[in-house]
Design a protein around this ligand. Structure first.
Ligand code: ADP
Length: 302
């Protein structure tokens, strides 16, 4: 199974003809709110693919916190993975324009209060999971603690550093694999003093800090997996009619982790991950967009 160092966010989505400019008030085409957050999305996507998913998530003590337990139930995740913190629940607003352009802002709220001590209370679950997954809507301390526990137990750790911030050497030392999109790859290159456009050089710079693998997703152009001492995997994208790429990266990372945890090799895992990212892009939003195992098998075999 997997253990997810989670984030939970009430995600508002506003559909507009064109993105608003500073000072502008627009009529929107629609407004919706769904349970989200990168950690929650990873957990939902992995669970839908049949993985056993444990983890740790924080909500606040406000009205929005009430969204979480039913959302966890609906996803087949235990509400016992939730911790309640003083203050507001994490929240975000995204604008989607008719041409597909988006802009997005997220306040971390209770996610920022997740601590290393919270993580230590889950040490058994982390020990028992084949892969520990984390993202950067959570602070450094719980991610570092979870990865340290996982690696001491000989487990694999996968970090999606999104939204991007530079990683400490201590965190990189306990990270088995990094999964980034093109934008995050550029930021990672800057933080590691590597050449911006040379992904092979970036991979070598990352390997020097600890990780054995660097996965770079390229949207509709597929994804690359660089591994220490192994040939690079160039995974092409599955041709689909994309309606919005929201959650594609989360669907990809969740499928990669789930497939590796199932003992599939890297080639098969990358193929399944690309298929999951593609399928996620064919359905609007996130929660309902993540594919199940049957849909994934159908596309992978097609
Ligand atoms: P993020 O959402 O983190 O920016 P990407 O946009 O790179 O991530 O998407 C993640 C993966 O999902 C890609 O590597 C690709 O395999 C798949 N994907 C995303 N958009 C499309 C698309 N339009 N067509 C096919 N596959 C896609």
């Amino acid at each position: 199974g997997l253990f997810v160092v989670g984030s939970f966010v009430a995600a508002c989505c506003v559909e507009v003809d064109a993105l608003p400019e500073a000072g502008e008030t627009l009529s929107a085409r629609s407004f919706s709110m769904e349970p989200g957050g990168k950690g929650f999305n990873l957990a939902v996507a992995a669970r839908r693919l049949g993985a056993e998913v444990g983890g740790l998530f924080a909500v606040g003590d406000d009205d929005l916190a009430r969204l979480a337990p039913p959302a966890f139930e609906r996803a087949g995740l235990s509400p016992e993975l939730l911790r309640r913190k003083a203050g507001p629940t994490g929240g975000g607003v995204g604008f989607i324009a008719a041409d597909g352009e988006t802009c997005l802002a997220v306040a971390s709220g209770a996610n920022a209060a997740l601590s290393a001590e919270d993580v230590r209370s889950c040490a058994k679950a982390i020990d028992g999971a084949a892969i520990c997954l984390a993202q950067f809507e959570s602070p450094d301390a719980p991610v570092l603690e979870a990865f340290s526990i996982a690696r001491r137990a000989g487990r694999f750790t996968l970090l999606n550093p999104s939204p991007f911030r530079p990683m400490s050497d201590a965190l990189l030392a306990v990270t088995s694999a990094l999964c980034v999109n093109r934008t995050e790859a550029r930021a990672l290159a800057t933080s590691l003093d590597a050449a911006g456009d040379d992904l092979e050089a970036l991979a070598q710079a990352a390997f020097a800090k600890g990780p054995d693998a660097l996965v770079v997703t390229l949207g509709g152009r597929g994804a690359l997996a660089f591994r220490r001492g192994e040939p690079t995997i160039e995974q092409s994208a599955f041709p689909v009619v994309a309606v919005d790429a929201l959650g594609a990266g989360d669907g990809f990372a969740a499928a990669l982790a789930t497939s590796l945890a199932e003992g599939r090799g890297w080639e098969a895992a990358m193929r399944r991950a690309a298929a999951a990212g593609a399928l996620t892009a064919t359905i609007r939003g996130t929660f309902d967009a993540f594919p199940n195992d049957d849909a994934l098998d159908r596309l992978v075999r097609a």
